[in-house]
Design a protein around this ligand. Structure first.
Ligand code: ATP
Length: 353
């Protein structure tokens, strides 16, 4: 079965109470890709997903196509979409295998084919040993695996996920998002995945659409979004950024910043710059371009995040290798390489530089 593309044209949604969940939106999802809708609570992710599923209809003028087919007025049961929610919505009176087989029986597939697909899905979701278990005998993570297996078993044209891992603990989430990613790649089904978790978005999305207040702020591959954020909202939503405001010139190719300097050739001058914590180098030498005092440090396992007071208005967030045990009160030198600096348009302001 070949995957289909999805096209939203001018899809807006204002509810009866006057809340505009979506401003007119154009969105093209490629056949077979996983598109993640990422953004803070209330930005319109779920509404977009519900429009695609058929649970919601766009306001007048909006159109939704699956490939060439106009599905705008098609009810959910005719769209051939599979959905997985945060709450598992499993049938409590059926065992695991029967839950997974449910949609296949509705589709009247031959018994042998049903058995084959249920076994395949249970194996992919590492549930082989649980086929005969009752739903109430499963953990939260196992229930969500059953829900995933059930949605994917019928091989719908489109798979829709609405925060499916939000109720699970961190360890399980990490594990399941890898399993879902592998499964989606194997199945090759077009998928839309809603989350407010940036790590989940980056791990699962072929592309990510970052949403803000009913609009798409940026759409692109995880790398594009991380390394080339379109604006400060996106930069802050995915990862962390430091904002640097030069206070003057400190030599022909230096700008004074954070009590020290950063190397910036004259043609790249701007009234502000951004840089990511992991791109700042930390050293013990007092004659580094910038020096400061560690006011706090957070051990993160693979690295540590330092908050450094350089005398500037804002503390700098800096990541250093976890094996350099910087502590509160330590004096450190900082170096910000020019390639780590980027500028972003200011909301409502002309871009500096
Ligand atoms: P969350 O992550 O919290 O689920 P979301 O990004 O999925 O948020 P939506 O559920 O799409 O956001 O909601 C967008 C906006 O529309 C919110 O302000 C919400 O309160 C509002 N909204 C959603 N559904 C309705 C409804 N049926 N009636 C009125 N307002 C609604």
């Amino acid at each position: 079965m070949s995957a289909i593309s999805i096209h939203l044209r001018h899809c807006a949604r204002t509810f009866a109470n006057g809340t505009t969940a979506l401003h007119p939106l154009d969105l093209d999802i490629n056949a077979g890709e996983t598109l993640v809708l990422l953004g803070p609570s209330g930005c319109g992710k779920t509404t977009t997903l519900r429009l695609i599923s058929g649970l919601e209809t766009p306001d007048a003028g909006g159109q939704i196509r699956f490939g060439e087919e106009d599905v705008t007025r098609l009810p959910i049961e005719k769209r051939d979409v599979g959905m997985v929610f945060q709450n598992y919505a499993l049938f409590p009176n059926m065992n695991v295998a029967d839950n997974v087989a449910y949609g296949l029986k509705i589709k009247r597939l031959p018994a042998q084919e049903i058995r084959r697909r249920v076994e395949e899905m249970l194996a992919m979701m590492h549930l082989d040993a649980y086929a005969d278990r009752a739903i109430h005998e499963l953990s939260g993570g196992q229930k969500q695996r059953v829900a995933l297996a059930r949605a994917m078993a019928v091989r719908p044209r489109v798979l829709l996920f609405d925060e499916p891992l939000a109720a699970l603990d961190a360890k399980l989430r990490d594990r399941l998002r890898i399993d879902i990613g592998q499964l989606l790649r194997q199945l090759g089904t077009t998928a839309i995945y809603v989350t407010h978790d940036q790590a989940e978005a980056m791990a699962l999305g072929d592309r990510i659409a970052v949403m803000e207040q009913g609009r798409i702020a940026q759409i692109g591959s995880p790398r594009e979004i991380y390394h080339h954020p379109a604006n400060a909202f996106v930069a802050n939503f995915i990862g962390t950024v430091n904002r640097l405001e030069p206070t003057g010139v400190a030599g022909s190719a230096r700008l004074a910043v954070a009590g020290g300097w950063i190397p910036v050739p004259p043609e790249r001058r701007a009234d502000h710059f951004y840089c990511r914590p992991e791109d700042i180098r930390v050293c013990a030498t007092p004659d580094a371009p910038i020096s400061g005092k560690v006011v706090d440090s957070f051990f993160l396992g693979q690295s540590q995040r330092l908050l450094v007071d350089t005398g500037a208005e804002q503390l700098l967030q800096v990541d250093s290798p976890a094996r350099q045990p910087w502590q509160r009160g330590d004096r450190v030198g900082l170096e910000i390489p020019p390639e780590a600096l980027f500028t972003l348009p200011e909301p409502g302001k002309h871009q500096g530089g």
